[in-house]
Design a binder for this molecule. Sequence first.
Ligand code: SAH
Ligand code: SF4
Length: 391
Amino acid sequence: MTTADAPAEPPVDPYALDREGLEAYVAGLGEPGYRARQLHAWLVRGVDDPHAMTDLPKTLRARLAERFAPSRPELVAHSVADHGHTHKLLLRFSDGEAIETVLMLYPKRATVCISTQAGCALGCPFCATGQAGFRRQLTAGEVVRQVVVADAALRSGAIGGEDLPDGAPDHVTNVVYMGMGEPLANLAATLTSVNWLHDPEGFNLSARSITVSTVGLVPGIEQLTGLGLPLTLAVSLHAATDELRDQLVPINQTHPLAELEQAVRGYRAATNRRVSIEWCLIGDVNDDDRQADELGRIAVRWRSHVNVIPMNPTPGVKWREPTAERLKRFVSRVRERGAEVTVRDTRGRDADAACGQLLAAYTLDTGSRLPAAVAAADRVDALRRRPEATT
Ligand code: SAH
Ligand code: SF4
C-alpha cells in the first residue's frame, strides 16, 4: 500500500454493495453523498475501473482503485447457437471457479440467464450442474457482473469477437435466475443482485421482467414472500407425486409437495403474481399419464402456467427427451385437466447451452466422471419397474 490512509480491510467488490451499501461505503470514506450516485452511475454502465470514472476527483479515484477488488470475470469459453441468437459464456473468476451465463436474443428482448452458485448441492439427477456438486456460493458482485458482461456486449454489438445479429436490443431487458445453482440457497446474494437489476437508477428492470427459478426451497420462498416484491417466480416441479419427486428433485424429501404448495399460495397472496411451473420432460421417466393428470391438477390449484422443457441431453446421464408422440400426449392430457401449457424451445441445444452443460462438457473433457448421475438413474429405473407405475 502506498498512501497514508491505505485500507487495512479486504478489497471490496462494488457490485456486492447495492445503492444503499455504496452510499454507506462512500460516506465511510468521508465523501459527500452525491459521489455515491456518480459511482453508481458508472457501475451500471459496466465501468468498474475507478481510474476511468472521470467525474470523480483524482484523489478519490486513486483511493477507490486501492480498495476495489479486481473481480471482472474472464471469458474462457463461448459457444454460439440459433444463428447467433444464443450466446453461451463460460466465465471464470479470479479464484479459477467457472460459471455459465447465457444471452438469448429475441426480436425485442434480450434475456440473460445467470448463475448464482458454482455448482449446486441439490443433486437433481438430470441436471448437469447437479452432477458436478457444489463448489461455492457466488458473491452478489459475481451475480451482477454476469448482467454487466451481457449489457456491455449489447451496447457494443459484439461479444467474444462475434458480432451480435442486426436488430438485437442495445440493453438487457429480462433476467432469469436459471443458470447454475439454486438462487434461494444463496438468498443474500440473489437479493442484492435483484436490487441492482430492479433499481430505477440501476438496470431499471421491472420486477416482472426478473424471474427467479427455484427447485422448491420452501424457506427461501417464504423469505421472498416477506419482501412482497412482484418478481416472477418459477418452480421447477418435474414430478407431481412425492414418490417420483423424491428421486428427481431430492430436496423434495425435506420439503414435500404439500409444503411447497403452501409456500406457493403464500407467495401468490403476498405478491399477486402467479407462480409458473417448469417441467423438464424426460422420456419414460416423468412423461406418463399419471404424472400428466397430477400435474394438470396441481397447475389448476396453483393457477400456474406450465412450461414443458424437453430434457436436454446431459453428459453422463442416460435419460433423453421423450418421443414426439409421448410429448404430444403428455401436453394434451395436462391441457385436458384445464391447465395452460407451453412447450418451450430448448435454446442452444446445439451449443451445450442448457444448464450446466458447457461446464460438464469441459469437466468430462478433462477425464472426470459424474457418478451421481449414474446412481440416481438406476434408482429411478427401479421405481419405474414397480407394477403400479403407469404408461
Ligand atoms: N436451481 C434452480 C435454477 C437453476 S436450473 C432450479 O432448479 O429451478 C434451471 C432450470 O433448468 C430448471 O428448471 C432445471 O430443471 C432445468 N434443467 C436442468 N437440467 C436440465 C436438462 N438436462 N434439460 C432441461 N432442463 C434442465
Ligand atoms: Fe441444482 Fe436446479 Fe440443477 Fe437441481 S436443477 S441440481 S436445483 S441447478
